[in-house]
Design a binder for this molecule. Sequence first.
Ligand code: CO
Length: 425
Amino acid sequence: MRELLAFVDGDRLRADIEATAAFGAVDTADPDARGRTNRTGSAANRRARDYLSERLREAGLSVTVDPVGNVAGTWVPDGADPEAAPVASGSHLDSVPEGGIFDGPLGVYAALEAVRALQDAEVDLDRPVTVVSFTEEEGATFGDGLVGSSVATGARSVEAAHALTDDDGRSLGEALSEIGYRGEGTVDPSGWDGFLELHVEQNTVLETAGAAVGVVTTIPGLTHCSVTVAGEADHAGATAMDDRTDALTAAAEFVGDVERAAVETADELDSAAVGTVGSLTVSPNATNVIPGRVRAGVDIRDVTAEGIERVVSAARDSLARLERDRGVQTTFDRHLDVAPTPMSDRLREAARAAAADCTVESIDLPSGAGHDAMRVADATDAALLFAPSRGGYSHSHKEWTDWADCARATEVLAGAIAAAATDGS
Ligand code: CO
């Protein structure tokens, strides 16, 4: 597969990512920073999709758009069985407001560049290769993220996705119609032989290790809980310190308890457990009133179910203790559970072998965030590769991956796709 490397064209990849960065480009004070706002259904989003569709057709791929706007281009190599399940690769084109230029587009255009390199190198393949861009991965505009991949894998219905609305009350179905991407085709990961997604790491593990490529072992599971702490609102001046039931001082202890539980769990299980109390709503939220009620949103993640359960039970224990020690009333509602998703051993092995072929150093690591690969893993074998993020910045104009690192990760992706599309390899 070494001969393939010479055909991965870093400049061609860069041109596609830079072209996409121009759609919704954000002015930043820093001349070295590049930001973009590419909201699903916006004019910038239509232009990014049009550009992709043109590039796919130009490379000889047949393009399909499904009812939620997922775009897939399929290439049937000479000598491959057109009926064989394709190997798919891609990511997303949408961004968070003022997000970075690599989060999403790198994975889409690395997949396309891999196809172009495979074509140019005239590598013999047994299976078609599909390049895919999923709709509304970020959930910045419609819904809570992974919208296109969850519809494609059947976790969410087309109707439910179309009914999602943005802040202005426009539905996703309307938005897709307006930009011309409410298609009638089918993008169905259960018909794929496997899926490989290249994404920026959004952390500093690769940078610290000096590795060019990360091969994700597991996408962590995630639990969201809503907590209420009820005390008694009262006058901040007229109520003695020993005569208060302050909901916020109790909630503050809860915040610390969740943090401690995550640190201890990660330590004891040698896992990636994290726990965050990311939102607090204090009422009545007035400087001269003792807080009577606090609502807290808790986010708990780990690569093992056991780690998540430990932090959840520590959070419950904390509330029980606060009821005893501080006289508050509490409620605990665990309303979202996503199990940890292990990545495919077969595709991880293909990625590691491709990295070795490219003499690129790769390391195994867990993913910090969810990605489309997490949803696709419900339907077929999935793998997730990371390219280094300078300083770990993402969802920010500070997000940066060196062009040479983009190209090297794409070489690894191309090698892994080639191996996956070759039967008996
Ligand atoms: Co992303």
